[in-house]
Design a protein around this ligand. Structure first.
Ligand SMILES: *Cc1c(COP(=O)(O)O)cnc(C)c1O
Length: 401
């Protein structure tokens, strides 16, 4: 057996099969490229679902992490540490908000948002105890905990994991009328992705986010934007909500906030909303730890230059122009997305998304399929234009058959 086959066989024997990875075993990575255990190089067109917006082994991020590793890595929130205030201040500033509640993984930010919205509903809005409702969209992806899969519409994510947490109303994504009709006095929040990533990079109809903003404001309901995948540069702006000039009440951030180095997530909101907490009511041992803060501070500084957003916008225009040409050729049914982020629906007779991904892997390009015959393209924002073109050329070759 090859080194690759050995590694895969051991992984399959000793890890739960909750993923179905492509048969590549990565050993090292740099920028937009990964090298496997047998020395083959691959172009990373997934970027850890946007956790790697700044690329693998980003110098600034690695240096920031290394420097912090030598100082202090964890204090718990039982004590203050000297990176915490800066992290919260700068992140709030980046978001145009006032307060930050740091967690680790994306789904913890979502859980925190659910708890915050409910508490805000009872303490501020005056909803009767136990009655709070949160409106979510069909085909959402917000993570994997029992509460969050309770409002998933994906049978794979839900089946066999009940009983489910109540308190959620599901409405079709992009449908403002349905959202308006689902709203009652007990609605405390609307939780949506400004672009649905896992659903296939679905961009809502123009005016939808602005409409949600207007409706939630009118009805005294919190607008929670899950920007865990769409945020921090991916779409050509710091936040995907900006494309419609919308500012939600709460941003949920994760993935790229940790620079692909450490898990860092956060809820960012106003003092009126996050001010509902008192000591002991919520927390996390690792949330807001010094290493996480040091890396995230560097991420924020990089975003403050605007370079990454601009790069995503320019390369994104190029990507969508090229994919648009492919869409005219009969092999591609539809292309969606914004910035350096695209969902490509392949004609089903050419193969499943998985089969296309495997063929691309043979040509040294790594992407991930989603839902049947869709592949998603989201390279690190630092990818070179020539590399992006080379990756697209491999896609054209695969679709040519
Ligand atoms: C990835 C993702 C999450 C969950 O993040 P984890 O770090 O995997 O828990 C939540 N919401 C969106 C939109 C995501 O893309």
């Amino acid at each position: 057996m090859s080194t690759t086959e050995n590694a895969i066989a051991s992984a399959e024997a000793h890890s739960a099969h909750n993923y179905h990875p492509l048969p590549v075993v990565v050993a090292t990575a740099d920028g937009a490229w990964m090298t496997d255990v047998e020395g083959r190089r691959y172009l990373d067109m997934l970027a850890g679902y946007s956790a790697l917006n700044f690329g693998h082994g980003n110098r600034r991020l690695i240096d920031a992490a290394r420097a912090q590793l030598e100082r202090v890595t964890l204090t718990s929130r039982a004590f203050h540490h000297d990176r915490f205030a800066d992290f919260c201040t700068r992140l709030a500033e980046l978001c145009g908000m006032e307060m930050v509640l740091p967690m680790n993984t994306g789904v913890e930010a979502v859980e925190t948002a659910v708890k915050t919205a409910r508490k805000w509903g009872y303490r501020v809005k005056g909803v009767p105890d136990g009655m709070a409702k949160i409106i979510v969209a069909a085909d959402n992806f917000h993570g994997r905990t029992t509460t969050v899969i309770s409002f998933s519409t994906d049978p794979e994510a839900r089946a066999d994991f009940g009983p489910y947490t109540p308190g959620f109303e599901i409405v079709p994504y992009g449908d403002l009328t349905a959202m308006r009709e689902a709203m009652t006095e007990n609605t405390v929040a609307v939780l949506i992705e400004p672009i649905q990533g896992e659903a296939g990079v679905l961009v809502p109809p123009p005016g939808y986010l602005a409409g949600v903003r207007e409706l939630t404001r009118e009805r005294d309901v919190l607008f929670i934007a899950d920007e865990i995948q769409s945020g921090l540069g991916r779409t050509g702006k710091t936040f995907a909500c900006e494309h419609e000039g919308v500012v939600p009440d709460m941003y949920l951030l994760g993935k790229a906030l940790g620079g692909g180095v450490v898990p860092v997530s956060a809820v960012v909101s106003s003092a009126a909303v996050l001010g509902v907490y008192r000591p002991g009511e919520h927390g996390s041992t690792f949330g807001g730890n010094p290493l996480a803060c040091a890396v995230a501070l560097e991420v924020i500084a990089m975003l403050n230059t605007g370079e990454y957003q601009q790069r995503a916008a320019e390369l994104g225009d190029h990507l969508h122009r090229e994919l648009g040409l492919l869409a005219g050729g009969g092999a591609v049914r539809a292309v969606r997305g914004r910035g350096l982020w695209a969902g490509v629906d392949i004609e089903p007779e050419l193969g499943t998304g998985r089969e296309i991904s495997e063929k691309l892997m043979e040509r040294r390009v790594l992407v991930k399929d989603t839902h049947g015959s869709t592949i998603r393209i989201a390279p690190p924002l630092v990818i070179g234009k020539e590399d992006l073109d080379w990756g697209l050329e491999q896609l054209r070759e695969v679709l040519r058959g």
